[in-house]
Design a binder for this molecule. Structure first.
Ligand SMILES: NC(=O)c1ccc[n+]([C@@H]2O[C@H](COP(=O)([O-])OP(=O)(O)OC[C@H]3O[C@@H](n4cnc5c(N)ncnc54)[C@H](O)[C@@H]3O)[C@@H](O)[C@H]2O)c1
Length: 269
């Protein structure tokens, strides 16, 4: 059974045809948004290298994608030698790398008041969320140039707006938006580089070990969004697919906000 049959997808657009058989590295692909990206890309017929620190989550995601078309490499994206090994193993398994999705992140935005924020907590956030994307781009770049590939980085609407006590996370994501246009300038024209800034994405159903449904969110959580609902991991996976696709060959260096309209909503009281 192909990955496409397993995931019940039946698309045969020209984008799908051009993407089939290509190889994507997805960091943080074990759970949450990354797992939805793995599922979408595998469903479109791509081979996937899943890089995640969580062994259980990564193995589950690889099994879901179809073990013959996915390779899980336990990796901390903040560790350069681990990233180098992960890229080498991916190339060893599938012969090439066409795409990189820098999604791994410490998703907890609130680390407490800035006056008592430990330097270690700040540094780890920047190391995983920002330096990790740099390291993966650095080591994937020769392969991406060779295949005329593409990178999608996952930032956040918190790169653009803030709540109190979120300095490290906001700075890491602002860094991703800037890293994206810098990489687009450096790696073009061979490699296009874009980023997505998701708003609130409900990832509870995409965590390791979750098989059934999850408690529905309150009506007001959905209703506050101009789009009428909280985001789903599939919303981001769909945008990742389109940004990677050669159909978007004129789009590079951009930050695409996928937030149900929340950053366009006037909230003065
Ligand atoms: N869920 C949201 O509402 C939301 C909104 C905006 C941006 N984001 C961003 O999207 C990305 C995914 O978020 P999520 O909500 O799916 O998170 P998640 O916690 O559900 O999944 C993150 C995955 O990344 C892995 N990971 C964490 N640190 C790692 C490291 N050092 N090396 C490799 N893998 C690592 C985790 O093990 C996990 O499998 C993150 O970059 C996050 O900042 C999420």
């Amino acid at each position: 059974m192909t990955g496409k049959e397993k995931t019940g997808m039946n698309r045969d657009s020209s984008a799908t045809c051009e993407m089939r058989g290509k190889v994507a590295v997805v960091t943080g692909g074990g759970q949450g948004i990354g797992r939805a990206v793995v599922r979408r890309l595998a469903g479109e017929g791509l081979f996937i290298v899943i890089a995640d620190t969580d062994g259980e989550a990564g193995s589950e995601a690889a099994a879901m994608a179809g073990n013959d078309s996915a390779l899980f490499v336990q990796t901390d994206v903040a560790d350069e030698s681990g990233v180098r090994t992960m890229i080498e193993r991916g190339v060893g398994a599938f012969g090439r790398i066409d795409f990189l999705v820098n999604n791994a992140g410490i998703a907890a935005a609130h680390l407490g008041p800035v006056e008592s924020l430990p330097l270690e907590a700040w540094s780890r956030m920047i190391a995983v969320n920002l330096t990790g994307a740099f390291l993966c781009a650095k080591h994937a770049a020769p392969h991406l140039r060779a295949s005329s590939g593409a990178i999608v980085n996952i930032a956040s609407t918190r790169a653009l707006m803030s709540e109190p006590d979120t300095e490290a996370y906001a700075a890491s994501k602002g860094g991703i938006v800037a890293l994206t246009h810098a990489l687009a300038a450096s790696l073009g024209p061979e490699v296009r580089v874009n980023c997505i800034s998701p708003g609130w994405i409900d990832v509870r159903g995409w965590r390791k070990g979750v098989t059934g449904g999850v408690e529905p969110l309150a009506r007001e959580h959905h209703a506050q969004h101009p789009a009428g609902r909280v985001g789903r991991p599939e919303d981001i996976a769909s945008m990742v697919f389109h940004l990677l696709s050669p159909e978007q060959g004129f789009l590079t260096g951009q930050n695409i906000v996928v937030d149900g309209g929340m950053t366009r909503k006037m909230i003065y009281r």
